[in-house]
Design a protein around this ligand. Structure first.
Ligand SMILES: NC(=O)c1ccc[n+]([C@@H]2O[C@H](COP(=O)([O-])OP(=O)(O)OC[C@H]3O[C@@H](n4cnc5c(N)ncnc54)[C@H](OP(=O)(O)O)[C@@H]3O)[C@@H](O)[C@H]2O)c1
Length: 318
């Protein structure tokens, strides 16, 4: 999802010599990564490859998530340096912040406390990638090449190309799918997990892509940078907004037997705001665009969507 959005954003912003995302290379295989860099000879790298997932994926496959992200990070970052890449943007995740982090979460809080146990393996791998970027900057940042390998930490991302599999998906694709299917099947009730009171921050993939491009162009610090929109909302309000977008006429119920997670999670994005970046899309517009894309892919109900083809074109009304 994010890689496709960055690719589309680069083309939309008039950049040339943009290399197509390549789905055939296994980034855990150093030989294949070296061959890719030798063939493409990139100057700038946006590093959005890596396995991720929701709570169940993190609990079922922690070793796979950790190993994939560690190997991808070590292979791509070290090969990028060998290939003379001077600027690289590594995408980490807000789960690298301590479990009881002060809100909104400032970049200085990384590694100041224990991680949330449910996604610790994945988070440790992402922290390793961040630290590897900084180690390259420290060791090679002052040589002729002036290596700048930057880590950005996005809020919860959603958009066209998202994963709508109910087992693996995040809250927005999951609620869109549940309400869409309930509307078509005429179900009069959709269940939301938890009380609906926890507050979360979301960023549209297209806005994240523009922020990544702005960071690549203008951010010269080697410290990580948060990428959020500066506002959050409760899961209950989010569900009601999605209900409006999907035009689902039934009732929303909240299952309080399901866990809520931490009461609030929001990034301090002041560094990004200082760069002059602002989101272009309201949450409502972004949800409408995502739903239009989802409805257009036309998969049958009861069939898992899994990782749908993100390259299916989508239109964004503004
Ligand atoms: N989505 C979010 O809310 C969010 C928030 C913060 C950070 N991030 C981070 O941003 C990055 C991109 O996330 P996304 O939501 O765009 O996920 P995504 O849609 O699953 O994209 C990740 C891509 O990485 C590829 N990949 C994984 N392991 C690979 C390997 N060993 N070799 C080659 N390609 C590999 C996947 O290929 P396949 O499809 O073939 O598996 C997929 O195309 C991830 O690192 C994620 O941790 C995401």
């Amino acid at each position: 999802m994010i890689g496709e959005a960055i690719h589309e954003g680069l083309l939309r912003n008039g950049f040339s010599n943009v290399i197509e995302p390549n789905h055939s290379v296994d980034l855990t295989n150093r030989k294949e990564v070296t061959e890719l860099f030798n063939a493409m000879n990139p100057k700038y790298v946006f590093m959005s490859g890596g396995e991720s997932g929701g709570i169940s994926a993190n609990q079922l496959f922690p070793a796979r998530l950790m190993l994939d992200n560690l190997l991808v990070a070590t292979n791509v970052i070290s090969t990028a340096y060998e290939a003379g890449v001077t600027k690289l943007l590594y995408l980490a995740s807000s789960c690298i912040y301590p479990k009881n982090c002060h809100q909104p979460m400032n970049e200085d809080a990384i590694l100041t406390g224990s991680l949330e146990p449910t996604n610790e393996a994945y988070a440790v791998a992402k922290i390793a990638g961040l630290k590897l970027c900084q180690a390259y900057n420290q060791q090679f940042g002052n040589d002729g090449a002036s290596t700048k390998y930057i880590t950005c930490i996005p809020a919860n991302v959603f958009g066209p190309g998202d994963d709508f599999d109910l087992e693996e998906s995040h809250v927005i694709p999951s609620l869109i799918r549940k309400m869409h299917e309930a509307k078509i099947l005429g179900s009069d009730e959709v269940e939301i997990w938890g009380s609906g009171t926890p507050r979360r921050e979301f960023i549209f993939s297209k806005d994240l892509a523009d922020a990544c491009i702005a960071i690549m162009e203008d951010y010269e610090d080697t410290q990580p940078i948060n990428v959020g929109v500066g506002s959050d909302l409760s899961i209950g309000d989010l569900a009601r907004l999605i209900q409006k977008v999907v035009e689902y006429p039934g009732k929303l119920t909240f299952n309080t037997n399901r866990p809520d997670g931490i009461p609030a999670k929001m990034l301090d994005s002041n560094k990004l705001i200082d760069l002059g970046w602002r989101p272009n899309y309201s949450l409502l517009q972004a949800l409408q665009a995502t739903y239009r894309w989802y409805a257009s892919i036309g998969q049958s109900i009861n069939k898992p969507y899994g990782k749908v083809n993100p390259s299916i074109p989508y239109e964004l009304g503004r």
